[in-house]
Design a protein around this ligand. Structure first.
Ligand SMILES: *Cc1c(COP(=O)(O)O)cnc(C)c1O
Length: 406
């Protein structure tokens, strides 16, 4: 739990201008009322069952375990949820809450577009107007997700300020909300930002961990999840945090290696404490305290900040942090596809890569669970050129000709 002012140890809080304080307070009050309300819980769980496709399976990865020769590995197939990742859990929860609050319009930020897609889908289902702020640079790079958002009936609004990427989209969404909160909810995408978002997003994502608790009819020794903003990790770990077991491991994007400067490793010594976009946490900052650019092969981990509860649990040592490089991630993607017939999202494959190392040092009677936060179909524009460049280029050329109808 965060304390009254929304802190987890030294991190968190609500560092926002006065105009936003009122809407955050209103949101917090409504969230606290609704979260234990039986009607709300029933409606959300029915939606999860019939729309999201929950519970998602917990797969015993026997072939992978045998080949690695260490722990018995299980994989939580969260990527089988509707829209392909865990993001729908939060999008649906917040959209339903907004509806209860009498809001008719949803705004959201998106970077790679995954959160935008989940939000647009939830809004289509619940009949809410949806506008997504997205940096124009990201719109250019992430065309397929823009296409899906618009298909769901959302309006994608290009943001032309700053670096025209995620952080500029967040700023623009907050700016919108300062004048629109009477009819609008800002549906933030990860377990970060000013209170109450970190706690609220965690609670909507904790369904992942709650299901694991039900599904695992064996002692769990180790749990491994990738960490961008931290929502899939904190949701997966959530029911286990207050115990001293299992071992919890968060995996950050090692990019081209820590020494290269091209990565998104904030914990394990690379980040510094700071206050950015309304909350205090651990960020990648330069000497002037400006947010540094990051790099990762996976768009979803390419972020300079981390949720305040994860920063706190990293500081206390309850959660260990490690990282996987782009190269290790691609190897893990291939390994689990070949051994288990499943496609990890590029983000989740970071957890897969770290788990491969950790499992080898464990015994067969010990159990390790990886959270496959998303499935990798969406990454074909990254994985295919990385793993099979020539045939992918040939395919693209031929598609262009086919569409033009030569
Ligand atoms: C967005 C995303 C992430 C990273 O976000 P978190 O808030 O850290 O969970 C991880 N995996 C997938 C599949 C994503 O789409």
């Amino acid at each position: 739990m965060s304390d009254k002012k929304g802190y987890f140890g030294n991190f968190g809080g609500r560092y926002v201008p006065e105009v936003l304080r009122a809407s955050l307070m209103e949101l917090e009050e409504s969230y606290r009322k609704v979260i234990d309300d039986p009607d709300f819980k029933k409606e959300l769980s029915d939606l999860h069952k019939h729309f999201t496709g929950r519970p998602t399976p917990l797969l015993k990865a026997e072939n992978a375990s045998k080949e690695l020769g260490g722990a018995t590995i299980y994989i939580k197939l969260e990527g089988l949820a509707n829209t392909g990742a865990h993001k729908i859990n939060n999008a649906l929860g917040q959209a339903l809450l907004a509806k209860r609050m009498g809001k008719t319009r949803i705004i959201a930020e998106t970077g790679a577009g995954q959160h935008g897609v989940a939000t647009a889908s939830a809004c289509a289902r619940l009949g809410l107007e949806c506008e997504i702020y997205m940096g124009s640079e990201d719109i250019r790079r992430q065309h397929p997700n823009v296409f899906w958002m618009e298909l769901f009936g959302a309006k994608v609004i290009p943001v032309e300020s700053g670096s025209r990427t995620l952080k500029d989209a967040v700023n623009q969404a907050f700016r919108d909300w300062t004048s629109s909160f009477t009819d609008t909810h800002y549906l933030l995408g990860s377990a970060l930002g000013p209170a109450p978002y970190p706690e609220m997003v965690r609670s909507f994502q904790s369904i992942i961990g709650e299901e694991v608790k039900e599904q695992a009819e064996f002692p769990i020794h180790t749990m491994v999840a990738c960490v961008g903003g931290g929502s899939n990790a904190i949701g997966f770990f959530s029911p286990f945090i207050d115990r001293d077991k299992p071992r919890l491991v968060g995996v950050e994007a090692g990019g081209r290696g820590k020494a290269s400067g091209e990565h998104a490793v904030r914990m394990s010594g690379m980040g510094s404490p700071g206050i950015v976009q309304g909350y205090k946490s651990c960020f990648l900052l330069d000497e002037d305290g400006q947010v540094e650019p990051t790099h990762s092969i996976s768009a979803g981990l390419d972020y300079p900040g981390i949720g305040p509860q994860l920063a706190h649990l990293g500081e206390t040592g309850r959660i260990e942090f490690t990282s996987s490089t782009d190269e290790e991630t691609l190897k893990a993607l291939k390994f689990f596809a070949r051994t288990e017939g499943i496609i990890f999202a590029m983000e989740s494959a970071h957890a897969g890569a770290a788990a491969m190392k950790i499992a080898k040092e464990m015994k067969q009677e010990e159990n390790l669970i990886i959270n496959m936060s998303g499935r990798g179909d969406k990454d074909i524009f990254i994985s295919a050129p990385a793993l099979d460049k020539e045939s992918w280029l040939k395919f693209l050329d031929e598609e262009r000709e086919r569409i033009h109808g030569k």
